[in-house]
Design a protein around this ligand. Structure first.
Ligand SMILES: Cc1cc2nc3c(=O)[nH]c(=O)nc-3n(C[C@H](O)[C@H](O)[C@H](O)COP(=O)(O)OP(=O)(O)OC[C@H]3O[C@@H](n4cnc5c(N)ncnc54)[C@H](O)[C@@H]3O)c2cc1C
Length: 473
């Protein structure tokens, strides 16, 4: 056997774990190299799971979902909140680490500990933390780079200040701030803004663009903006953050409105969270020396099969850039591995990607927004169903939720689904299934839904769209 392994995977996040398991499932000899003491990557340790767990804890502790239904006032002790936030997060992280270790073990994947860099197109050098062991080398027929991404840290932000955080360090907070400025209203910025606001922190969210999450349907983006304002977030759109400096106990951020006639101002808060972008974790992998082409912000360039310009080297997950989600990272890695070994299995990542945004309220979408559908020349029929008109919505007390469906009018096919409100990230998969199976407005009208359910909103949104289809007929 010319190589130590059939596949060497660098990184044990969602991409690394799933890529490794896929190859091992088909009988390949696989090693995963991880520099951190525990596997899981950003998804488990600094990103997806901790932020979603903290969100769920903050919703529970603040009584956000139900307290108002029973006239209860939840007085949150800020001293108690942080230990509870952190301990629940740690429990979930530890359980997930155990699951990953079990999965790698079951697939007989070797987990090697150390920091990897590439020596040539088939050889990886692993620097181990223990100087006694010294670096070791391993060879593989194929190498999958799944090293993820790191928060972008521009030099003008003084990250050495203990009250200035990025999305990694915010998870180590030891106290609940009274006020927080968040620079960057991307998915991560919006999620943390709503979570902290639910806990009673006074949040200012600063974003140079004109709307929140511009990839969303405009109506849903606006519903999110109103939801954040309702929570008490001071949403500053069309505003760039300028200089950030400490003044006494506070962090002062210069706010520069994009309207030149509006005067610049400042906001002074207890803490600042900077979350405007991430960069591919490629800095010390030795890729440039091998001639692997890198793009913007250190992202590895790959073709449709996730192969780099070096035939034995593939890359998947955050390290290749957009869309940089745990959900897509896993699929990309599976596709990469199937292509490398020629398995007659997954050939491409579905083009129909769902987006889940765990803000309060929750937001999710799949397919085309109304604006995108029109821009692509579709004649559209749009239907809406509000949670306030839905029995389950009223039972759980979510009166602002919305399901919006976009149909192609001539064919009556569903081409976009958009939800804002409780369980939106779960509900969206009904729309995704229908779009993938070419379901139409009539499919929804015919379906019998459990009653009472939020899912039933799909049926009523279809009836609503039917009105506009009939009018046009
Ligand atoms: C705050 C936050 C919230 C998020 N929420 C969501 C969400 O709700 N849903 C969603 O789908 N996605 C979410 N994401 C994105 C998600 O976390 C990432 O898309 C996902 O983790 C990417 O997986 P990956 O395997 O590509 O990389 P990672 O998970 O980053 O894993 C990379 C691994 O490689 C290791 N590594 C790096 N360099 C080396 C080296 N040289 N040698 C050895 N090991 C190395 C790292 O230590 C790490 O363990 C969120 C991200 C953040 C930051």
């Amino acid at each position: 056997v010319p190589y130590d392994y059939d596949l060497i995977v660098i990184g044990s996040g969602p991409a690394g774990e799933r890529g490794a398991a896929q190859a091992a499932y088909f009988g390949k000899r696989v090693a995963v190299i991880e520099k951190e003491p525990k596997p899981g990557g950003a998804a488990v340790h600094t990103g997806t799971l901790p932020s979603k767990t903290m969100r769920e804890t903050s919703i529970f502790l603040s009584g956000y979902r139900h307290a108002h239904l029973y006239g209860l006032h939840v007085a949150l002790d800020p001293e108690q909140a942080v230990p509870k936030l952190l301990s629940r997060k740690d429990t979930v992280i530890n359980e997930e680490v155990d699951r990953i270790l079990g999965n790698l073990d079951r697939h007989r994947v070797s987990l090697l500990h150390g920091k990897a860099h590439l020596v040539d197109a088939h050889t990886v050098e692993i620097a181990t933390p223990s100087t006694l062991e010294g670096p070791r080398r391993a060879t593989g027929e194929f190498i999958l780079i799944a090293t993820g991404s790191v928060p972008h840290r521009p030099s003008h932000i003084p990250f050495d200040d203990p009250d200035i955080d990025d999305s990694d360090t915010i998870l180590r907070i030891d106290r609940l701030p009274t006020s927080l400025t968040i620079i960057g209203a991307g998915v991560i910025g919006c999620e943390y803004a709503s979570m902290f606001a639910a806990l009673g922190v006074k949040v200012t969210l600063v974003e140079p663009r004109a709307e929140l999450l511009s990839f969303l349907d405009a109506e849903v983006s606006e519903a999110l903006r109103l939801g954040l304002i309702e929570l008490g977030v001071d949403v500053r759109l069309l505003t760039a953050a300028g200089e950030v400096r400490r003044e006494g106990d506070l962090i002062v951020t210069e706010l520069r409105p994009s309207d030149p006639s509006a005067a610049p101002s400042t906001v002074a808060t207890d803490k600042l969270l900077f979350c405007a972008g991430r960069s591919g974790a490629t800095a010390s992998l030795g890729l440039e020396a091998l001639g692997v082409v890198l793009g913007k912000r250190g992202a590895v360039e790959v073709d449709a099969n996730y192969r780099t310009n070096i035939p034995s080297i593939y890359a998947a997950g955050d390290v290749i850039g957009f869309p940089a989600l745990a959900s897509t990272s896993m699929e990309q890695a599976r596709v990469a591995v199937c292509h490398a070994f020629g398995f007659d299995y997954k050939r491409q990542v579905s083009e129909l990607l769902p987006y889940g945004i765990y803000t309060i309220p929750e937001v999710s979408c799949v397919g085309l927004s109304e604006e995108d559908a029109k821009a692509r020349g579709h004649e559209v029929a749009v239907g809406r169903a509000h949670y306030r008109d839905n029995a389950r919505g009223r039972i759980i007390g979510d009166t602002t939720g919305l399901v919006k469906l976009v149909f192609d009018k001539p064919s009556r096919k569903l081409i976009g689904a958009h939800c804002v409100g409780d369980r939106a990230t779960e509900l969206i998969h009904i729309g995704q299934s229908l779009i993938m199976t070419c379901g139409t407005l009539d499919t929804l009208v015919e379906m019998v839904f459990n009653y009472p359910t939020l899912a039933e909103c799909y049926k009523y949104a279809a009836y609503d769209a039917l009105g506009s289809v009939r009018q046009g007929a």
